[in-house]
Structure formats: C-alpha cells, structure tokens
Design a protein around this ligand. Structure first.
Ligand code: PAF
Length: 280
C-alpha cells in the first residue's frame, strides 16, 4: 500500500533517500477528493519523474470566511487507492497544525491576484501561494503539476516561482471534462441533479466563445458578450465574472491575441464553479 505520511520530517526522509539514489521527484499538490483531473496530473508526473509525491491537504488559509472549508469533500482511503494505482510513491496528508503551527509568514503575489477569482476571494491566492511555497520547500520537487482549470492559480504560481527563484519546473495540464463537457472538480459533488444539468452552461458558453474566435472573432468584448449571453440563459446560474485577459499580465484584453484567457466563475445554487479556455 502507498505510504501516507502526516509529518514534514517523514516527507523529507523519503525525499532524501530518493535523492541519494539520484532519483528525480515530481509533486502534485491537491486538496484531495481526487478525480480524473487529478489523475491526469499524477499520470503525467509519474511519466516524467522517478518518484511522485501527492500532497492531499485541504488548505484552510485559502478559504475565506463563509466559504466551504468545513464542507469540502474528503476521502483519503479512495485518494490513496487512486494514487497507488497511478504509480505515485508517497502521499503527504498533514493536519493544519503540522503546516501552520506558530506561522507568521504569508507569501503574496501582487497584481495578478487582484482580478478574476481574487476579486471575490480576496484571501484565496495568499493562501495558495503560502501553502504551495511550503510544499515546494518540504518536497523540493524537480517538477510540480497544476491543472489549467485553475488557470489564474497556474499563472500566479508560475510568477511566484520566477520571482522567488524556486528551482522547480511548473507544468500546466489540460482541463479534464465529463463526457457532457462539465469540467471535473471536487466541488461538482455539491450539485443536485438539477444543478448538475444547469452547470453545463459554463462549458457551453465557453465553447460558444471559442467557436466565435475560431470563426474569426477578434474582439475580446464580443467574445465575452457571447459567453455571458449563453450563461444568462440558465435560470439557476448567477455570474460572478466573465473575463477575457492577456494571460501574461492579467490585464483586460481588447483583442483576442495569444496568450489569451477567457475565464468564468458562476454560482450554480450555492456552488461556485470556474472554467476557461486559453489561446496559447
Ligand atoms: O488547486 C488546488 O487544489 C489547491 O489550490 C492547491 C494548489 C493544492 C493548494 O492548496
């Protein structure tokens, strides 16, 4: 059975012994309740590294007041089975105490975190950057794997790695979707059957936006309007944002020019879902 360790010291012991053997190490940071999206990150990590560590930690510092920290789904046993099957070497599943006992330090990336998800979730990215920095320092991986569904997170982590000179390659992996288009997310489990159907408005709207780009639409405003109009057809949907930005600066895009990110956050009932498309 794959080892599940709870302490930073134990992770370090494993990594040191691998390093002595000259092995490379990949890290897949997760909050657990793993699905096929995570599985694709682990598969890629296993194919590119000798040993893979999966962190499985519902990080309290990235949840704001009134968000779903307590409700966030957890199933370590199932996660361990998935990691083992995928060929990961170690799961790091610390308690919040282990990660944050006495901590007074926060890692913060400016500017990129003030827009899109950062507007409605003001503490979120500080929590992400802090925990990801800690995981990087604990595991010292050669490579770390993040999903493109959280496109803003991926860009923020890349910027942090550059600014803080982490010697780690950050690898972004494509969004994995259900057969009907819904982007895989641990939060999809919150949806009632009726909400599950309504949630398809995100991928449908983004596909409409993408189709417009593919047929030559070059105005970012027009693409946003197409996406917004499609979501607004769904009565159970409440838009948090529909944005189109330059992916390097996260400034509003006027024209559709790579690197371009069209991103949405939409409440379906009480569940906030995100999705996007990228033109690289
Ligand atoms: O994407 C996530 O699941 C989390 O934000 C991460 C990167 C594991 C940090 O807690």
């Amino acid at each position: 059975m794959i080892p599940v360790v709870k302490t930073i010291d134990e992770v370090r012991k494993y990594v040191k012994s691998w390093r002595r053997e000259g092995l490379s190490v990949g890290l897949v940071p997760t909050m657990g309740f793993l699905h096929e999206g995570h599985r694709s990150l682990i598969d890629r990590a296993v194919s590119e590294n000798d040993r893979v560590v999966v962190s499985d930690f519902v990080n309290p510092t990235q949840f704001g007041p009134g968000e779903d920290l307590e409700a966030y789904p957890r199933d370590l046993e199932r996660d361990a089975a998935l990691c083992e099957e995928a060929g990961a070497a170690l799961i790091f599943n610390p308690e919040p105490e282990e990660m944050y006992r006495g901590a007074l330090t926060t890692v913060s990336v400016d500017k990129l975190t003030k827009v899109l998800c950062g507007k409605s979730r003001p503490v979120h990215f500080d929590g992400v950057c802090t925990v990801v920095s800690k995981l990087f320092n604990i595991v010292t991986p050669d490579r770390a794997y993040f999903g493109q569904k959280d496109a803003q997170q991926l860009c923020v982590v890349r910027k942090m790695v550059k600014d803080l000179n982490f010697d780690i390659e950050v690898i972004g992996c494509p969004i994995v979707r259900e057969a009907d288009g819904l982007a895989k997310s641990s939060r999809n489990t919150y949806l009632s059957p009726e909400e599950r159907k309504a949630a398809l408005c995100l991928s449908r709207a983004l596909s409409a936006g993408r189709a417009a780009v593919d047929s030559g639409e070059s105005s970012a405003g027009a693409v946003k309007a197409i996406v917004r109009a499609e979501i607004e057809k769904e009565p159970l949907a409440r838009i948090d944002y529909v944005e189109a930005v330059d992916m390097d600066t996260f400034e509003d895009a006027e024209t559709v020019r790579a690197p371009f990110l069209a991103a949405v956050a939409v409440y379906i009932g009480k569940t906030r879902l995100i999705d996007n498309f990228i033109i690289e």
